[in-house]
Write a protein that binds this ligand. Structure first.
Ligand code: GTP
Ligand code: MG
Length: 335
């Protein structure tokens, strides 16, 4: 059994929700734990015909036997959290670390008034940036002070490390992406902290020696929401023609897009210490790949594209998305 960390290799929205939910169903980890920034990330999960847009509850919820944890590094909006717990019916298996910082309504109001954040940077208006700054000033409230969520409070690092020491599988879910990291991304067009694999580990309280695998998720083309550079960006009409036009899960804003960027992918593998890659949306690039579950059944051009990613990045592409749902996944990992 292994401790696997899943992170984004581009600008977020690579489809980590798809990959994490697939791994949760397939590998049956007793624990899925979420790191990352907070409810500014939206993961979409499509499972057994139902679609969920999650901002707080880990995507591993699709496995009914997985305990769901949110690490102390994550900012929690109690209102969003409680609504998602209700929607996913996970009240009996979710745990929030006592040290998660709390986003309050006033953080959201303040962010909306901050034109630097909303206009220049293009933030999600979820209060995350303001709350993170307050946390750095040691003024933000912590989860253990909030009565509405008191029944969910736990010691996440202790639970996670206990499972690892018992050799149980732990699935660690990252959010956002390498190039919107505060340290490694396109500053100032980035999020409020680092979001690479080592930061995600820190968010949930595990040390680097505890990790067996890092899966970096790439989309078959690059998308970016909000402001900031995007090399080889295509015009909207071209995106519509190619079927690449997407809308943000949190903001509903159209996502900008460009062809797959091998240079960024290679650097993302380096920055995250990735051991494997996942590539989502292959069916959007090559429509004849829709729903394929066996690598050999992909078209020759699709196989060539995947092999090129492997050659350029130096790591194997072990998971491939061929449709939005958990079931539409090719798994090339060794059994
Ligand atoms: P962040 O944590 O916000 O970075 O998001 P994310 O990486 O979880 O990705 P998000 O769900 O925001 O965006 C990915 C989009 O692609 C969603 O609409 C998914 O349903 C969709 N998607 C994921 N994998 C596939 C795939 O293999 N094929 C197709 N057609 N759609 C996919
Ligand atoms: Mg997203």
């Amino acid at each position: 059994m292994t401790c696997t960390v899943v992170v984004g290799g581009f600008y977020g929205d690579e489809g980590k929700g798809h990959i994490v939910s697939y791994l949760a169903v397939k590998d049956k980890p007793p624990i899925t734990v979420r790191g990352g920034v907070g409810p500014n990330a939206g993961h979409k999960v499509v499972f057994q015909g139902r679609t969920y847009g999650l901002r707080m509850v880990p995507c591993g919820f699709v496995n009914p036997n997985s305990r769901l944890l949110i690490g102390p590094g994550v900012l929690v909006n109690p209102k969003v959290l409680l609504e998602e717990i209700r929607l996913t019916e996970t009240e009996n298996r979710i745990g929030i670390d006592k040290q998660c910082a709390i986003i309050e309504e006033r953080h959201i109001e303040e962010e909306k008034k901050d034109t630097h954040l909303t206009t220049k940077i293009g933030t999600t208006k979820t209060g995350v940036g303001i709350c993170q700054a307050e946390r750095a000033h040691r003024k933000a409230k912590l989860a253990k002070e909030i009565p509405e969520i008191s029944r969910y409070i736990t010691d996440v690092p202790l639970e996670v490390n206990t499972a690892i020491s018992r050799k149980e599988a732990v699935l660690v879910e990252g959010t956002q992406g390498t190039y919107i990291s505060l340290y490694h991304g396109t500053y100032p067009f980035c999020t409020t902290k680092d979001v690479c694999a080592s930061a995600i580990c820190s968010d949930v309280g595990i040390g680097p020696t505890a990790v067996d695998d890092v899966v970096v998720v790439f989309k078959a083309f690059v998308t970016r929401v909000g402001e900031g550079p995007l090399e080889n960006q295509l015009p909207t009409e071209e995106l519509e023609r190619r079927g690449w036009l997407e809308f943000g899960t949190v903001t509903s804003r159209p996502r900008r897009a460009a062809p797959f960027d091998f240079k960024l992918a290679k650097r993302a593998v380096m920055l995250n210490g990735a051991t494997q890659a996942a590539v989502t949306k292959l069916d959007i690039m090559y429509t004849d790949c829709k729903g394929v579950r066996n690598f050999e059944k992909l078209s020759e051009v699709a196989k060539k594209f995947i092999r090129e990613i492997e050659t350029e990045t130096g790591i194997p592409v072990t998971l491939i998305g061929t449709g939005p749902s958990v079931e539409e996944t090719i798994d090339r990992r060794r059994p």
